[in-house]
Write a new protein. Sequence first.
Length: 67
Amino acid sequence: MTEKIRIIVNEDKCYLCGGCAGVCPSLAIKVSSSKWEFFQDKCISCRICVTACPVGALEAEVVEGKT
Ligand code: SF4
Ligand code: SF4
């Protein structure tokens, strides 16, 4: 079964560089100068954003389909 994840941001680490939003293939993350936003309905659970963040501010939480 395909796993479904939710991406969580650690706001103490995130400096809103936009890197994660830039690499997300499905535009599930939006970063502006004042906030970081995640859109669950768009996320395809690839985890590219988690790897891309230069300060390790993102974490993936499995919400569905763990085998
Ligand atoms: S896991 Fe993939 S699809 Fe989901 S927010 Fe991160 S980069 Fe985008
Ligand atoms: S790549 Fe990391 S530091 Fe940059 S906006 Fe995304 S979560 Fe924040």
